[in-house]
Design a protein around this ligand. Structure first.
Ligand SMILES: [Mn+2]
Length: 428
């Protein structure tokens, strides 16, 4: 059972095949499910599958393991999936887990075993391989005190098999995941469409005097109603000057008449993210100044969207948008025309202190090479913002884009974005 329409076993098989093609001879790769993260007492946080494990298997369940061994002695040992067996206790408290037949149907892996035979299987095959590929979260923005399943496992393997060679899976699979296939684009489109529904709901529900969390409630209710797992990340619902706090997630203030409301939220569907930012007037009408700032940001958004293309690096692209923003900030009188180049850069950074784009996919800040060249079918957000603390104005406008050699695909092109569209929908 699954809340979402499953992706095809063919997709997951293809991902494994591509990965195996890049392994060195005589090696075995091992991937794990994520830990179930403890909360407090006997509670735990909602389970979130390891993105690489999901990408290779489609199995959205804890305590599962994958072995890839392309030149194994027998065909049955080339791909082995280990699942958590349902016992009487699990059946009563949690319900049935994925069984072997379902495991094959979901992943396309013929050879499925229970996870209690994993260690003996590795021991049995270990003397036929010279190296292991192990996985780790190598996201360059990650920082955590916690030791993940992958790190614990790597230490365990290295102490058990100290004479084998070890390779990192992350560089291979990160690159694979950064190039989106049609089936992934379809799923992300679905996530974006659910996000659109929530935004339209917000446009008709928002009124002066509402609490920010009441707006948040409209969003999550729409997400769940349409089959999303929930939020792809903590939603930001920031009215007035709160919008100038980039990661504001308290969402507990009153939306006041005359203020803008900046929202950054996205549904997660079938383990894939969407990521939207919109800024609307709480009372349904932008003031002249708000309109001026909003349209400056929207122009940059549109120009950046058209400019993003294969061949440039993400850093080059971000730098280019920054300089476009510098000019826009002169137009809306936040930077003096005669300011020196250094002064202009300093002030641009003050009013637009973040990058324009990040990779998106299974994770909202997805894997991808910051210093590599942008390629066709990579997915990025485009999210310029202008934050004027002294005026209590913060604007960010964000869509999700698939890079194409010709015109890019905007997965959010149907989501209202102009001043006229937003005002009309808020007032009818
Ligand atoms: Mn984003």
């Amino acid at each position: 059972m699954s809340r979402y329409e499953r992706m095809s076993a063919k997709f997951f098989s293809g991902n494994r095949k591509s990965f195996m093609k890049q392994m060195v001879k005589g090696s075995m790769a091992i991937f794990h499910s994520n830990d179930v993260m403890p909360r407090s007492a006997d509670g735990h946080h909602p389970f979130r599958q390891n993105p690489d494990f999901y990408y290779l298997t489609g199995i959205d369940q804890e305590e599962c393991i994958l072995i890839l061994y392309p030149d194994a002695p027998t065909k049955a040992q080339r791909e082995i999936l280990f699942l958590r067996e349902t016992n009487e206790m699990i059946a009563v408290w949690e319900g049935a887990k994925i069984d072997m037949k379902q495991g094959t149907a979901i992943s396309g892996i013929e050879h499925v075993k229970w996870n209690d035979s994993f260690e003996s299987t590795v021991a049995h095959l270990s003397n036929t391989v010279s190296s292991f590929y192990l996985n780790m979260n190598e996201n360059d923005r990650a920082h955590s005190e916690l030791e993940t399943k992958d790190v614990r496992f790597a230490k365990e393997m290295q102490s058990k098999y100290p004479l084998h060679n070890y390779h990192r899976s992350a560089p291979i699979i990160s690159y694979q995941r950064s190039i989106k296939q049609q089936e992934e684009i379809d799923v992300m489109q679905k996530a974006c469409d659910i996000t659109e529904k929530a935004f339209r709901r917000v446009l008709s529900a928002t009124k002066p005097g509402m609490k920010e969390y009441e707006v948040e409630a409209e969003i999550i209710s729409t997400f769940i109603k349409h089959g999303a797992t929930g939020h792809a990340y903590s939603p930001i619902i920031a009215s007035g000057a709160n919008a100038c706090v980039l990661h504001y997630v308290a969402n507990d203030q009153v939306c006041r008449d005359g203020d803008l409301l900046l929202m950054d939220f996205g549904s997660e569907y079938a383990c894939y993210a969407s990521d939207l930012s919109r800024t609307i007037p709480v009372n349904g009408r932008f003031t002249e100044r708000q309109k001026e700032v909003y349209n400056a940001c929207l122009n940059i958004h549109n120009e950046a969207k058209a400019m993003l293309s294969p061949g440039m690096t993400l850093n080059e692209f971000n730098a280019e948008v920054k300089s476009m923003m510098g000019a826009a900030l002169v137009d809306i009188k936040l930077i003096d025309k005669k300011a020196s180049k250094e002064e202009r850069m300093r002030l641009t950074q003050k009013y637009f202190p973040h990058g324009t784009s990040h990779f998106m996919g299974i994770d909202v800040h997805d894997v991808g090479a910051r210093y590599g060249k942008i390629e066709e079918n990579m997915c990025f957000t485009i999210e310029p913002g202008i934050y004027i603390r002294e005026e209590g104005i913060g604007v960010r406008i964000e869509n999700d884009i698939i890079v194409k050699k010709g015109k890019n695909i905007d997965l959010m092109e149907n989501i209202p974005i102009t001043v006229a569209e937003i005002e009309e929908l808020m007032n009818n």
